[in-house]
Design a protein around this ligand. Structure first.
Ligand code: DPN
Ligand code: ZN
Length: 311
């Protein structure tokens, strides 16, 4: 779905070569093609299928996932680095990818965990967030986005075992390096099959959030006519590692094991009295366990928020 398609069309009519050249940055976020995001999900599913059905920490499907995402980013000109850490007797990996350019003293980071649980392929949790930020990264290059701020992406290992990868990354940074990161946006489960549209509550102080980032993400949803609710995610995903260092955090989420209420089903459609994701942490978290509309909307909002935050 395209955000502000009319504006984009108007720019084309006036002969602007790129929307970025003339439009306010927040309005120039590209349409993220959900077919591309789904193609990445198919790749994660194939990797799981070829590696015992999962992409878990310490298992071959995890490293295969890291290597595949890295190859896409290398081909697009990102500067990539694999950071290893040890947890539970196994080597874990984070993938860090820097988009060339921008002010290195003003870094915007986007991230999500790439590992699954052992019991399944982890396509909604968290193939969706991983594939969406990958596609947004590739579209930065494709649209020749030249943000003022420096943009960095992170794919984290061993989130499912207690945020191990994101914590290892943050622990590896000096105080100066941490202070350069002005925002961290986290995407964990963005295509739940019975979706809700949740934005991390900026007033969530344990760990701390950012009202500014919350409002930016809400504005993205508003621009495509989607109502949201705030959610206190607490320490349940990788933003927590950043929030504990007083880095401003935000994120979106489409729901896990909790039950959709009747009021939420009226607002968002779907099935009241049923979990947002009935396959959460189960073997049935496959490519069949993804709502394409939720995936599409969240991917567009990720782009909206990145363009607005980094430009
Ligand atoms: N951290 C998620 C998991 O990997 O199990 C679940 C979750 C994501 C919960 C986002 C809340 C918010
Ligand atoms: Zn998750």
């Amino acid at each position: 779905m395209r955000i502000l398609i009319a504006l984009a069309a108007a720019l084309m009519v006036t002969g602007a070569t790129t929307a970025q050249a003339v439009a306010p940055a927040a309005l120039a976020a590209p349409d993220i093609n959900v077919a591309n995001v789904r193609a990445h999900l198919n790749q994660f599913q194939s990797i799981a299928n070829a590696n015992g059905g999962n992409r878990a920490h310490g298992r071959p499907g995890y490293l295969a996932s890291i290597n595949w995402v890295k190859s896409k980013l290398d081909a697009a000109g990102f500067t990539t680095r694999v950071q290893s850490f040890t947890y539970n007797g196994a080597t874990g990996y984070n993938l860090i990818a820097d988009y060339p350019g921008g002010d290195l003293n003003n870094v915007v980071m986007l991230g999500g965990h790439l590992d699954s649980v052992r019991s399944g392929p982890g396509i909604n949790d968290n193939g969706t967030g991983s594939a969406s930020i990958l596609e947004v990264a590739l579209q930065m290059k494709a649209t020749n986005f030249q943000p003022t701020k420096h943009v960095r992406f992170g794919w984290w290992g061993a989130e499912e075992l207690g945020l191990r990868g994101s914590r290892a990354y943050v622990a590896s940074l000096s105080a100066t390096e941490k202070s350069r990161i002005k925002a961290y946006l986290n995407f964990d489960m963005t295509g739940s099959p019975n979706p809700g549209y949740f934005v991390y509550d900026g007033a969530d102080n344990q760990p701390s959030g950012s009202v500014a980032l919350q409002q930016r993400l809400q504005a993205g949803f508003t621009s495509i006519g989607v109502q949201t609710e705030l959610i206190k995610v607490g320490g349940r995903s990788d933003h927590a590692a950043f929030a504990l260092e007083n880095i401003a955090t935000g994120g979106t989420f489409t729901g896990a094991e909790q039950t959709k209420t009747a009021a939420q089903a009226r607002k968002w459609g779907g099935t009241a009295g049923q979990a947002f994701d009935r396959c959460y942490h189960r073997s049935c978290d496959t490519t069949a366990n993804v709502n394409a509309t939720a995936l599409d909307r969240n991917a567009d909002v990720i782009a909206y928020a990145l363009w607005a935050t980094a430009a």
